[in-house]
Design a protein around this ligand. Structure first.
Ligand SMILES: Cc1ncc(CN)c(N)n1
Length: 221
């Protein structure tokens, strides 16, 4: 069984509370209030800036070029692809990149991102990748859940079609598959039975911080 599957099993309650959060259900059926989505998306842009730093830290922690390339793929997926979605949507709301970057970070954004950076600073590459896993692999799972037949099957006037299409789409799914394969590779090299409980604790905390991030969006109502 992959490390992801074992972590999900061991932290099932925290994982399910994250991937099946009311915010996610509202995205799926289109009932999420627009203000909540907007608040979330602006904070998510700030979140991604810090997560890009965490992927850069993974490159710094890498002892091989192959690990460095895998870390670079995660960084590029954020700064060259994912953040463009945010800027496209923000532009439609009359917000420039400078406006978004000038927005103060919410406590939930600070809590999650700085904790991941701290795990990366104090732990090894496996600890850091486990802390990053709910981010990439969680959104890939959510994308598949919200568009089981692919994003083209969503109603053309679905208010969150573009967001869902980003995470259900082939490009994001391929990044997630690469991250999952890298996680198993790191586990083979650095993991052990003795380390597993500590990895579960990191994974579960990241899943709870993800759920807290959704809740921050909902609380904007
Ligand atoms: C909070 C959060 N978690 C994960 C992702 C997917 N990169 C995201 N954009 N934002």
């Amino acid at each position: 069984m992959s490390l992801l599957e074992r972590l999900k099993q061991a932290a099932a309650a925290d994982w399910n509370a994250y991937v099946d959060h009311a915010f996610v259900r509202g995205l799926g059926d289109g009932s999420l209030p627009a203000d909540c989505f907007r608040h979330y998306l602006v904070q998510d842009y700030l979140f991604l800036i810090q997560f890009a730093r965490a992927h850069a830290l993974a490159a710094c922690k890498s002892r091989s070029l192959s690990d460095m390339r895998a870390a670079k793929d995660g960084l590029a997926a954020i700064v060259d692809v994912e953040m463009h979605l945010h800027l496209r949507l923000c532009e439609r709301w009359g917000l420039s990149a400078a406006d978004v970057e000038a927005t103060p970070e919410h406590a939930a954004t600070v809590a999650y991102t700085r904790w991941v950076l701290d795990i990366g600073m104090s732990g090894d590459l496996l600890d850091l990748q486990v802390a990053l896993t709910p981010c990439t692999l969680g959104y890939a799972e959510i994308g598949r859940r919200l568009a089981p037949a692919g994003a083209t099957a969503l109603a053309p006037d679905h208010p969150y079609r573009e967001w869902i299409a980003e995470y259900a789409g082939d490009a994001f799914q391929a990044v997630a598959a690469g991250a999952n394969a890298w996680l198993d590779d790191l586990d083979r090299r650095y993991g052990s039975q003795a380390r597993f409980p500590e990895l579960v604790a990191i994974f579960a905390k990241a899943a709870r911080l993800e759920a807290g991030f959704w809740q921050m969006g909902l609380d904007a109502r």
